[in-house]
Ligand binder design. Structure first.
Ligand SMILES: Cc1cc2nc3c(=O)[nH]c(=O)nc-3n(C[C@H](O)[C@H](O)[C@H](O)COP(=O)(O)O)c2cc1C
Length: 168
């Protein structure tokens, strides 16, 4: 899929079939995530991948997350601020990695949704408890994936009023 077409057709998918994500697809998505840009190339990220339904089920009580039970692969993107060269950039770095993963999922024909974790302290705490994440690592974003069981039309959101040329 062409890059621009991929970006313009990606939607958040929240319904999945029980067809598993293959090991090859999982690897491609992690490779895409870790090829993201990061401040000073610090790569302050970690990825916890989950395919055990018993583990996945524990995330269905976050609030509005009942659908996660159908997800066949979830990835928790986490930040490690100690790996930063310039303090404060890790959320931007992790966002780049997470978005690369979403676009890779779309390219592979998978459906993906980003579930907010950071900076919601309760959700961070829940992720830590379920996955035994150490204190120096911050749970950042949960990406839930699987073979899509819904098809959403692309949305065109370009807004010329948000573009400021040469000055505001
Ligand atoms: C930082 C961030 C947090 C999000 N959190 C959630 C969430 O907790 N639950 C959810 O269902 N979708 C979540 N989403 C997905 C958005 O709702 C979705 O991207 C937005 O409605 C636009 O729709 P689209 O992704 O289909 O283009 C999140 C997206 C981002 C980027």
């Amino acid at each position: 899929m062409e890059t621009i077409q991929n970006i313009m057709t990606r939607r958040s998918i929240r319904n999945w079939t029980d067809e598993p994500v293959t090991e090859e697809q999982r690897k491609i998505m992690l490779e895409a995530a870790m090829n993201a840009p990061s401040a000073a190339d610090a790569r302050p990220w970690h990825f916890v991948t989950m395919d055990d339904p018993e583990v996945i089920k524990q995330f269905t009580n976050l609030g509005g997350t009942e659908m996660l039970e159908q997800s066949t692969l979830m990835v928790l993107v986490c930040g490690e601020s100690a790996k930063e060269m310039y303090p404060g950039f890790w959320p931007q770095d992790c966002s780049c990695a997470a978005q690369n993963m979403q676009l890779a999922a779309h390219d592979l024909g998978l459906g993906c949704v980003w579930i907010a974790i950071h900076p919601l302290e309760e959700r961070e705490k829940t992720c830590r408890a379920i996955l035994d994440i150490p204190e120096n690592i911050t749970p950042f974003a949960l990406l839930a994936m699987g073979a899509p069981n819904e098809k959403l039309d692309p949305e065109y959101r370009f807004d010329a009023e948000r573009v400021h040329q040469n000055k505001w």
